[in-house]
Design a binder for this molecule. Structure first.
Ligand SMILES: [Zn+2]
Ligand SMILES: [Zn+2]
Length: 372
């Protein structure tokens, strides 16, 4: 296939302003290790909305191509890029998902072995589309996989619409579970948040063998999906107050509270509630906070409850692989497809973001080439 010169892409030039579809340059050459892909689908993430509103606590170099949960079909392979991070051959026509770019030689990449904290990392959706390699966002016809980005082929039995979940939401969930450690068959796991991450986490906690899974969130439609992903009990954040939720969690745990609590809510205030919901000596994984929001908090609770408090941001390529494997293995028993809501093209991208912002959507899909 002849390399295209331009790609249509949804560009954000100013925070708070709608996206505009623009023609963005396609790199003239592929560096060694790089891939050029046609974007098959890019699901919409809450982070896209927060970034567009200027609410993220992460630096953004405008103008950017929005979108970062993409699945690409390889159309050109740079020198030495014919193998993925799992050792599988990559050919033109294969589907891949890929991680942010980690340098592989800084302290975080090598000694700490936490590449998602790389001090030289380059992130899709956060880099200006005016600088090489231009195609750093998902709401675009084409995408560029940087040489230092881990990449993994999508298994044949995983649809691209589901694979897109693995390129942000699900890989983040996998990393959070890895970092918080084992789940014992006697553990009660509390999940804060019934958005895509909370629902996926509910399924993972169930499959990884939790005794009880309690998911906290809203609205009703999302809580019912959490039930279908394996929640034993769901607690509404609109239908009951925090005191009633705490009481119910204690009732379900012989008065102790959750052994492991995951925060995937994205709401700063949920942190204080999570500190109440976790039992003394329990573990609290805060993986859903990316905003600049602040709360008042009593640090002595961490000491007095002897809580193991842990954060988790993004993921490395092993988590992308695990997420894809999880979908492949469990798609017949967990209703992943029901998380996917409406489909949009680049021309209706602002409607997709508005729907996400208003909570009408769980996972809208953007198909830059139309719905086929
Ligand atoms: Zn590094
Ligand atoms: Zn995301």
């Amino acid at each position: 296939m002849k390399r295209p010169e331009y790609a249509k892409a949804a560009v954000l030039r100013e925070f708070g302003q709608p996206l505009a579809v623009e023609e963005v340059q396609v790199p003239r050459e592929l560096e060694a290790g790089a891939l050029l892909v046609k974007i098959e689908v890019c699901s919409v993430c809450g982070t896209d909305v927060h970034l567009a509103h200027g609410a993220l606590a992460i630096k953004v170099n405008l103008p950017v191509i929005l979108g970062h949960e993409m699945v690409g079909r390889v159309i050109e392979i740079g020198p030495h890029a014919n193998i993925d991070s799992m050792g599988q051959q990559v050919k033109v026509g294969d589907r891949v998902i890929w991680a942010h770019s980690y340098c592989g030689h800084c302290f975080q990449c090598t000694q700490a072995k936490q590449p998602y904290l790389c001090i030289n990392k380059r992130m899709y959706m956060y880099e200006s589309m005016e600088k090489h390699p231009f195609l750093m966002g998902g709401f675009a016809e084409y995408g560029y996989v940087l040489p230092t980005s881990g990449r993994v082929k999508v298994p044949d039995d995983v649809d691209s619409t589901l694979a897109s979940l693995s390129s942000c939401a699900f890989r983040s969930v996998m990393n959070a579970f890895d970092q918080i450690g084992d789940i014992s068959p006697s553990d009660t796991v509390v999940i804060q948040g019934a958005g895509p991450l909370g629902i996926l986490a509910t399924g993972v906690a169930r499959i990884r063998g939790a005794n009880k899974v309690i998911t906290v969130g809203a609205p009703e439609q999302r809580l019912s999906l959490a039930t279908d992903f394996g929640a034993d009990e769901v607690l509404s954040v609109t239908g009951m107050d925090a005191a009633a939720r705490l009481e119910r969690v204690r009732e379900l745990t012989q008065g102790r509270g959750g052994d492991i609590v995951f925060d995937f809510s994205g709401v700063p205030g949920a942190f204080a509630e999570g500190m109440d919901l976790v039992r003394s000596g329990g573990r609290y994984m805060v993986a859903g906070q990316t905003s600049k929001g602040k709360i008042e908090f009593q640090p002595s609770l961490i000491t007095l409850k002897n809580v193991h408090l842990q954060g988790s941001i993004s993921a490395d390529i092993s988590h992308y692989h695990k997420a894809l494997q999880f979908i492949s293995r469990h798609q017949s028993s967990l209703p992943f497809g029901r998380m996917l809501t409406n489909r949009y093209g680049l021309g209706t991208i602002n409607e997709a973001l508005a729907g996400m912002s208003a909570g009408h959507e769980i996972k809208p899909l953007v198909l830059p080439w139309g719905d086929n």
